[in-house]
Design a protein around this ligand. Structure first.
Ligand SMILES: [Fe+2]
Length: 308
């Protein structure tokens, strides 16, 4: 069987793609006292200031698969959120499944004892792509850092194209395992959690469509689906998951997101994670603002439906 996935040479860790925040955003930044109202307007679909996002969209769709933008940390939270929403809405539409903007903070929950998403805990997430729902895969996952927190919480990013190239070189038999659809536990709000729902919620780790690679990875939810279905995790699946985790442990880029920085990642190709963190009493709590972007539009303004 032949596949149309990239056959690039296996390469190891990459450099982060850092892009200046569009200059026009600085010129039309709302004053601090007007920023909440301006944010509300852009969240409601109001008009956007004209900015150029071609460099960002090219990075996401064509080159690095991600971009890190830096806005001045002196901007207020509302100004940073406003700039973030303006950039993202130039790329596509914000998804509201968890709210248009979802604050990733420690809510004292434990994802190992409930269906709480890891984004509501302070635990290490493990490397993953977002969305455990077979029918929904956000095009772009974005994180805006408002407060990096006191201890831990480093961000991790890995490129599945490089991982796939290395898999083909060293363990080619795993590719067919990755192309099988494996059950994924159901944690999305509003979806039933019964066994039949879990069985139906099966997703291959590697697939491709007209736009190329679709890599979907959530080890914890895959293995928990097997437990809930009363099955052992097949050896071939464990071998695949072990290979992926070991490869990403070696090749993922680890970095600190600082206040004002925005990480944008093509969720079909880039795998992300974060280290465990702790908030220290008396210090600002770690807060990253997550958004999912659908209907990603490239620099030619042609709709690029990257949804799986
Ligand atoms: Fe995530």
């Amino acid at each position: 069987m032949t596949h149309s996935l990239p056959s690039s040479r296996a390469t190891s860790a990459f450099a982060l793609c850092r892009i200046p925040i569009p200059h026009a955003l600085r010129r039309c930044l709302p004053k601090a006292e007007h920023a909440e109202a301006a944010l509300d307007q852009v969240l409601r679909g109001g008009p956007l200031p004209a900015i150029h996002v071609e460099r960002i969209s090219d990075a996401l769709a064509k080159t690095s698969g991600h971009a890190v933008l830096s806005a001045p940390p002196s901007w207020t939270d509302a100004q940073l959120r406003w700039a973030y929403v303006v950039v993202l809405r130039h790329l596509g539409q914000l998804n509201d499944r968890y709210g248009l903007l979802f604050d990733v903070v420690d809510r004292g929950l434990d994802h190992t004892k409930s269906n709480a998403p890891v984004s509501k805990t302070r635990a290490a997430t493990g490397m993953h792509t977002d969305s455990s729902d077979a029918t929904y895969n956000p095009d772009v996952v974005a994180l805006l850092c408002l407060q990096p927190g006191s201890v831990g919480g480093q961000s991790l990013l890995a490129d599945a194209e490089g991982l796939l190239a290395r898999m083909r070189e060293s363990s080619p038999a795993l590719e067919s395992v990755a192309r099988k659809a494996w059950p994924r536990d159901v944690v999305t709000p509003g979806l039933a959690h019964q066994q039949a729902s879990i069985e139906a919620n099966s997703i291959p780790v590697i697939a491709e469509d007209d736009h190329g690679l679709v890599f979907r990875y959530m080890r914890f939810w895959t293995e928990r689906a097997m437990v809930k279905l009363g099955r052992d995790v097949p050896k071939e699946l464990t071998s695949l998951l072990d290979f992926i985790d070991a490869d990403m442990a070696k090749n993922a880029v680890r970095f600190d997101l600082k206040r004002g920085q925005m990480l944008l990642a093509n969720n079909r190709r880039m795998v992300h994670g974060r280290e465990a963190f702790e908030d220290v009493t008396g210090s600002a709590r770690r807060c990253l603002v997550r958004a999912w972007v659908d209907g990603f539009i490239d620099s030619r303004r042609l709709p690029l439906s990257l949804r799986a």
